[in-house]
Design a protein. Structure first.
Length: 309
């Protein structure tokens, strides 16, 4: 299969690298020093699941050079997605499938608005991976789960093909029965954990060990789950408890990417996390006081990071 990976950082570099390692024709859409390094030295992945390199590796910053492909894997940060969506158009042919692997619950909606519904499926991944230096990806835990599904919950050949391709390459790949459930299960964890950990400057163990912070974190999970149920997402009745147990099974020193981004003065996905929850709460008439507070307290820091760019 011919696959373009739009956004070749920790997620795109890893999952695109797996597909290239598996023999598929993969073109990495990248930029800056990372693009230069991939072109000159290939893409190298150092992973607890096994190291590998792709050399030579196809890479460009211009999708027009690539043309239509079988699949476009979109793995940019959520705050870049609206700007990126229109740039994907040269990669789209009559049989192209677009697979978003972003945080949040609305990446597919943004892509549909730009590209049309026919090409877009929904997806997500669970991965701890990052660019260590240009051309080099570090994947730091055995977790490498990816789930893809049609928005109407029907099984399809196009989803099965990309899922099988990742599965054959060693990923824990899932053809989701209900991709909305998969996305919300992740969202109900990642939005509260990102926001609370960023504000508290605390890791998972510290959040859980401090009673008032643990209670706040649980309340944040409950707010997200309440919205999911209001939107008729078929969530488990005990999703709040399951999310707490999921967090308790982490290494105590685990931090969130949002926490690290805030600490380093980088852009972070506040609008896709607590911002989305606040907006949904307003639309549905459901109070979200914890996420309102998280959003209000982190928004000035996000504005500062945006102005520093």
């Amino acid at each position: 299969m011919k696959i373009a990976v739009f956004g070749s950082g920790g997620v795109g570099g890893y999952y695109g690298g797996l597909l290239a390692k598996g023999g598929h024709e993969v073109i990495f859409i990248a930029r800056g020093e990372h693009l230069k390094a991939i072109r000159e030295n290939g893409l190298w992945v150092y992973s607890v699941n096994g190291d590998f390199g792709i050399k030579p590796a196809q890479a460009t910053d211009d999708p027009k050079e690539v043309g239509p492909v079988d699949y476009v894997v979109v793995a940019v940060k959520h705050y870049h997605l609206k700007d990126v969506a229109a740039k994907i158009k040269p990669l789209i042919g009559l049989k192209t499938t677009v697979v978003p692997l972003l945080n949040g619950v609305d990446a597919h909606e943004i892509l549909i608005e730009a590209l049309g519904r026919a090409a877009v499926v929904a997806g997500l991944c669970s991965l701890v991976s990052m660019i260590d230096r240009p051309g080099v990806i570090y994947q730091l835990s055995k977790l490498n789960r990816v789930a893809v599904g049609e928005l109407d919950c029907k099984k399809s050949i196009r989803v099965e093909q990309i899922v099988n391709a990742w599965r054959d390459c060693g990923a824990q790949a899932i053809h989701a029965d209900d991709i909305q459930v998969e996305m919300w299960n992740k969202f109900i964890f990642i939005a509260p954990f990102g926001g609370v950990s960023a504000l508290a400057r605390a890791n998972a163990g510290e959040i859980l060990a401090c009673k008032p912070t643990r209670t706040l974190y649980r309340d944040a999970i409950d707010e997200a789950a309440t919205l999911g149920r209001a939107l008729k997402v078929n969530l488990d009745t005990d999703i709040v408890e399951k999310t707490m147990v999921f967090t308790e099974n982490f290494e105590p020193t685990t931090t969130s990417s949002m926490q690290r981004d805030v600490a380093e003065g980088k852009l972070f996905e506040l609008e896709a996390f607590s911002g989305k929850i606040v907006r949904l709460g307003e639309d549905l008439g459901i109070p979200t006081p914890v996420h309102n507070a998280i959003f209000a307290l982190l928004k000035p820091i996000l504005v500062r990071a945006m102005n520093a760019k």
